[in-house]
Every structure is written in C-alpha cells, then in structure tokens.
Design a protein around this ligand. Structure first.
Ligand code: FAD
Length: 423
C-alpha cells in the first residue's frame, strides 16, 4: 500500500456489501463494489410500485424480532416500520380454522430441548425423543417450521440452532418497513455514494488471484482490477463459481458445513380482497398455513391492498423445479382455489397481476438463505476470521439467532468492516 488510502473491493451490493462499504468509506478507505446485477439489494428485490400498487418485495419482506442493526439504520434513514398483527389461520385439507398454536406436547418439547447438551439434526432429535404416534402432529408442525420458515432440511438442520431461535428469548414479533426494504437499500447505496464508494453494475467477478503480492480481481467481460483487500459477500452457492487463490479456496471449503435453502415466492394482486367476503371472519387474517402445493399465504394486513403472497420453502421446492413463472402462478391459483373451496376460474378471473420467483433459478443467488447444521457455528467462526487479504461476509456468516435474514447480512457487513478497521 504505498502511502495512499487502502483500496478495498467488495464483491456484491447486497445488504452486507453496502453496509461494509459505507463503514469503510466513512473511515477513509477507497471502496469499489463490483455487482453482477444491474441493481443494488441482491436478495432484497423491490418490484416496481406500478405493478402491485406499492413496491412489493419479491425477496426479503419482514423484519424479524429485535434486529438492532436494521432498526438503527431505519432511524438514521427516517424510515418507519409497521408491526404485523392479526390472526393466523390454517387449512387442514377440509376446513379453514384459526391456527391452534398450542400443541399438547409443547411443554414436553421445551423440556427436552432445554436439557439438550450435544447438537444433533432435527430429524434425529425427533426420532430419538418424539417417535410415537401421539407425536405425529408435533412432528408435522416442527417439520413445517424447519422446512417452510428456515428453508432447511430436517435431516441436516441443527437442533441447538432451532432451540436458540424458538427459546432464546428476545422479541419474536415481525414488522415491515413502510415503503418496503428497497427504501433501506436506497438509503445505504446513497450514503455509500456520498462517501465516494464506486458501485459497478454488470460486473460478474470470476477470479481472484495474488500476483506479486498484490490482489487482482477479474470479471467476466475482461475487467481487471488491482486492490489491497477483498470482501466476498456473494451467496454461498456462488462461491463455487469464483476462482480463488488456493489458501482462500481452502478456507472457503468450510461453507459446505452451512446449509443453504430455497424459497419460491409468489405475489398476486386481485381486483378485490375476495377472501374477506367469506362466512369465516378473515378480515384480520395475516398468515394462512395449508397442506397445498404452495402451502403458506399471507395478506398485507393491516394494510388493505388486495394482494396475497404465497410461500414455499425448503428442499421440497425441488419438486417444482420444472415450472417457469407462469407455471408457478398456476400452482398458486390451484392452491388458493383448494384452500378457499372456490372454482379455480373464479380466482383466476380476479387476478390483476402476479410475480413468481423460484430463487434457486436466480443466477446470482441460487437459493434463498442459509440455515445452521450442527457444524455451522465452527464453519462460520473460521470463515469470518480476518485471515489474509480476502475476507468473507454476508448473511451466512452471522452467528446470532436469526441467520438468513437482512439483519444477519447487515450485522455481518458491519463486523467485517470493523475487523478491517481495527487492523
Ligand atoms: C424470497 C426471500 C425472502 C426472504 N425474506 C426475508 C425476510 O422476510 N426477512 C429477512 O430478514 N430476510 C429475508 N430473506 C433473506 C435476506 O434477503 C438475505 O439474508 C439478505 O438479503 C442477504 O444479504 P447479503 O448481502 O448477505 O447477500 P445478497 O443480497 O445475495 O448480496 C450479494 C450480492 O452479490 C452479488 N453477486 C453474486 N455473485 C456475484 C459475482 N460473481 N460477482 C459480483 N457480484 C455477485 C449478487 O447479485 C448480490 O447482489 C429472504 C430472502 C429471499 C430470497
């Protein structure tokens, strides 16, 4: 580094990359972000307001729990959040009912979880402690949470991580940012630019090499850039696509011990909120869980937009791999017709617009977010170390309770920047 400010290249302009860039640029570093897409935000993906009547989120939508880094940014940006209230419903294949959250075995589950010393997978945990027929509904609801919410595979997912998520205390509410997550990204990107960060779109990084003691980043299309340090914030599956110096590749291997799940998200805007016209009082319905192909749905409540969002997470999303966007929308309509016992054509007739994303098909995400296996904490500790001049950052490296979230990405980006600044 010859007396000039250190030049840091950050690969990825998602929440982690922007957060790291801002902190480093504020501290006087020269920062360039190389981003494969033509936009910032990564897995935060706001759709044009004109399509749904508000900037709907095709990716991240909720703030989970305390989320201190996110909330501090919201305050700084002057953005408001709105708490999700209302009722959860479920459809068991025959009837719609208010979700009964209290399983008769919940106390027993918590007691066994509380005593657990050594980690094991969720599937092994259930086989060992809750194998009896009487526990079948409990097994189903845990499977639903692990697959549907964490997008994880119960055969590999960590029970201790799950315990932390469910019983670790703290706030378990959910909220939305008024105006959507895009506003947070706009604020961060604007602040980055104000502090001199250069953000280069359409720059797909393909190789990092060490040449004569200097670092060189190569992108598809021939862009070659020398720098002093690199932060890689790409989603875990994308790490395989980037050629790395052998010592960095050896460290990156730890990522195999971190799970990475998929989500299919479908947004549908209708002419009117027809689900509120039913005999059941669904006026304040938020979430609806079902056994259908697209199993989870939610409304915009307390906002009144006539929009339903469908969600399918976990390994079984692979069964819909052959469906394109239109095929996913059709599957969503079928599921809604079955849940609400309506002729499919009636539901389809009211549809104004729809957007469906199978995140496994997104070339720069290849899935939705990470989840913990029993080996993940050790893998994260090794990946997050400031070892050498190439650092790893992003949601998958977050060691707090809510892995796989925007909060995780923001906190990880900040942690990486602080590691560098502490020297
Ligand atoms: C459908 C869905 C719903 C979600 N819902 C929520 C939610 O409600 N609440 C919540 O908190 N979280 C949610 N998440 C998770 C959240 O979106 C992510 O955890 C977070 O946005 C990840 O940020 P990141 O910066 O780590 O990664 P990313 O946002 O993926 O950023 C990495 C960037 O790297 C870029 N990139 C990839 N490869 C290359 C390359 N070779 N060269 C250059 N650039 C590259 C990508 O384009 C991307 O912009 C959801 C995610 C999905 C997919």
């Amino acid at each position: 580094m010859s007396g000039q400010a250190e030049h840091i290249v950050i690969v990825g302009a998602g929440a982690a990359g922007l957060m790291a860039a801002r902190a480093l640029a504020r501290a006087g570093r020269v920062v360039t972000i190389l981003e494969a897409r033509e936009r910032c935000g990564g897995r935060i993906h706001p759709l044009p307001a004109a399509q749904f009547g508000y900037p709907a989120d095709a990716g991240a939508e909720f703030i989970h729990g305390d989320a201190p880094v996110t909330r501090a940014l919201l305050r700084e940006a002057g953005l408001a959040s709105q708490l999700i209230e209302g009722r959860q419903w479920s459809f068991n294949g025959a009837t719609l009912s208010r979700e009964d959250r209290d399983d008769p075995h919940e106390v027993e589950l918590h007691a066994v979880l509380g005593q657990l010393q050594d980690d094991l997978t969720v599937a092994d945990f259930l086989r060992r402690h809750f194998a009896g027929a009487e526990y079948a509904p409990l097994r189903t609801s845990i499977g639903r949470m692990v697959e549907g919410y964490d997008a994880a595979d119960p055969e590999r997912a960590s029970t201790l991580a799950l315990r932390e998520e469910w019983m670790g205390g703290g706030d378990h509410t959910q909220a939305r940012i008024v105006g959507g997550y895009g506003r947070l990204i706009d604020f961060l990107a604007g602040d980055c630019r104000r502090h001199g960060v250069a953000i280069r779109f359409g720059s797909v990084v393909s190789a990092i090499t060490e040449e004569g003691g200097a670092l060189v980043v190569r992108s598809d299309g021939g862009d070659v850039r020398a720098c002093d340090r690199i932060i890689l914030t790409v989603p875990l599956p994308l790490l395989h696509d980037i050629a790395l110096p052998s010592s960095v590749r050896a460290r990156a291997a730890a990522a195999e011990d971190i799970g990475f799940g998929n989500v299919i998200k479908i947004l549908m805007r209708f002419t009117r909120p027809w689900w509120r016209e039913r005999a059941e009082d669904l006026a304040d319905m938020t979430f609806l869980l079902s056994d259908q192909t697209i199993p989870v749905w939610w409304t915009r409540y307390p906002d009144q937009d006539p929009v339903l969002t469908g969600w399918f997470g976990g390994p079984r999303t692979a069964e819909l791999d052959s469906l394109d966007q239109q095929g996913l929308i059709e599957a969503g309509l079928d599921s809604l017709a079955a849940i609400f016992r309506l002729p499919r054509d009636d539901v389809a007739r009211d549809l104004v617009t729809a957007a469906a994303t199978n995140w496994a098909h997104d070339p720069f995400a290849r899935g939705a977010y990470s989840w913990a296996t029993p080996q993940t904490r050790a893998a994260q500790a090794s990946l997050a170390r400031a070892e050498g001049l190439v650092l790893f950052s992003g949601e998958a490296l977050y060691r707090g309770r809510d892995m796989g979230t925007v909060e995780a990405a923001l906190a990880s980006g900040l942690e990486t920047a602080e590691l560098i600044l502490r020297g």
